[in-house]
Each structure stands twice: as structure tokens, then as C-alpha cells.
Design a binder for this molecule. Structure first.
Ligand code: AMP
Length: 191
């Protein structure tokens, strides 16, 4: 199974990604998590990424693409993977197409979690308190929503046109949303 989990910041992607990936026996690859690990380890990549993350902007495509290419080349991703937070731009979509077709596989599904905007901001402010993330201040939250609307929302139509889109209501208890994703994916054919 090669799939993408999409949704605006705060839609609960990270939490759901772990459950869904576990069910399919594939790694959940979160670009945000990989960037954060690099930031905490003070790597060159981390230093570069932090400037963008703290402002709520996207890390440049070349940097992100390179990082994802290396990650999905690892052995554990050979049977498949779930991408959480990638692709986020049209250029990343193209890059991912190339990475997957190079291995002779195809993308099986793109799950989009849909959540109401007010609920999102509320969730993000709550998460900021719990996790103390530097990119969860109110201004940065607002900027991240704008960037998502401008650069990432257009991807939904791209994947809809390809017949890969699976829309799931992201509102409700975690287990409830996980069940909705499982049942929506049950009809998806895996390559
Ligand atoms: P996330 O945890 O997925 O919300 O990601 C946190 C931050 O990492 C984002 O706000 C971006 O600054 C950066 N980031 C994560 N994934 C990507 C991506 N695919 N392209 C560019 N920047 C990204």
C-alpha cells in the first residue's frame, strides 16, 4: 500500500497516520517529524528547515524532496508507505510520481481529512499548550492555514481527477475517525 494522508494543519493527520500505517504494516513517514528530529539534533538540514517552520512557511521543495527520496529508499518502505504531510505542493506531487514510478509501483490512495476551520484553530492552540511546539503560536497557526489553502488545497483536485481521492470526515473522537478511514480504504485496491 502506497498512500498519502492529507488535511489542513490540526486535522489530526499525525495521530491517524500511525494507526493506519500500523494496520497496513507500513511505515508512517511524516516530513514534519523528520524536520523536527533534525531541528532537535541541530543538523544542517534542521538549521535550514527551522527558519521556515518557525514562520509557518514551507521548507523549499528541493530540500524536502531530497529528504523524502532518501527516506522511501530505506528497506522498511519497500513494501509500501504512508506519507503524512507530503506532498504539499504541485512540484512535490510531480517529484513523488517520479519516485514511485521509478520503483515500478503506483500510488494507491490519497486520504483527505476534512475538518471545520474554527475547530482546527482550537485544536492547534490546545496542542501548542500540550506539546509546546514553536510553530503553534496564533500568528503562525494562521499563516500555516493560509499556506495550506494556497499551496496544498489545489492538490485535492489533482488527486480527485486521478480517481485516488478518499475524503473522510475528520471531526469526532480519534477512534471514530480511524474507523472511518479503515472503512473508506477497504474498497481500495492495493498494488
Ligand atoms: P507538520 O508537522 O506536517 O505540520 O509540519 C511542520 C512544518 O514542517 C510545516 O509547517 C513546514 O514548515 C514543514 N514541512 C513539513 N512537511 C513539508 C513539506 N512536504 N513541504 C514543505 N515543508 C514541510
Amino acid at each position: 500500500m502506497r498512500m498519502i494522508l492529507m488535511g489542513p494543519p490540526g486535522a489530526g493527520k499525525g495521530t491517524q497516520a500511525k494507526y493506519v500505517a500500523a494496520k497496513f504494516g507500513i511505515p508512517a513517514i511524516s516530513t514534519g517529524d523528520i524536520f523536527r528530529e533534525n531541528v532537535s539534533q541541530g543538523t544542517e538540514l534542521g538549521v535550514e528547515a527551522k527558519r521556515y517552520m518557525d514562520a509557518g512557511e514551507y521548507v523549499p521543495d528541493e530540500v524536502t524532496n531530497h529528504m523524502v527520496r532518501n527516506r522511501i529508499d530505506e528497506d522498511d518502505a519497500a513494501p509500501g508507505f504512508l506519507l503524512d504531510g507530503y506532498p504539499r505542493t504541485l512540484a512535490q506531487v510531480e517529484e513523488l510520481d517520479g519516485m514511485i514510478s521509478f520503483t515500478g509501483h503506483k500510488l494507491d490512495a490519497v486520504v483527505v481529512l476534512t475538518v471545520n476551520q474554527d475547530e482546527l484553530v482550537e485544536r492547534l492552540l490546545q496542542r501548542a499548550k500540550v506539546e509546546g511546539r514553536a510553530d503553534d503560536t496564533e500568528d503562525v497557526i494562521r499563516r500555516r492555514q493560509e499556506v495550506y489553502a494556497e499551496q496544498t488545497e489545489p492538490l485535492i483536485e489533482v488527486y480527485r481527477d486521478r480517481g485516488l481521492l478518499v475524503e473522510v470526515d475528520g471531526l469526532g473522537e480519534i477512534e471514530e475517525v480511524t474507523e472511518r478511514i479503515f472503512s473508506a480504504l477497504s474498497s481500495v485496491e492495493q498494488s
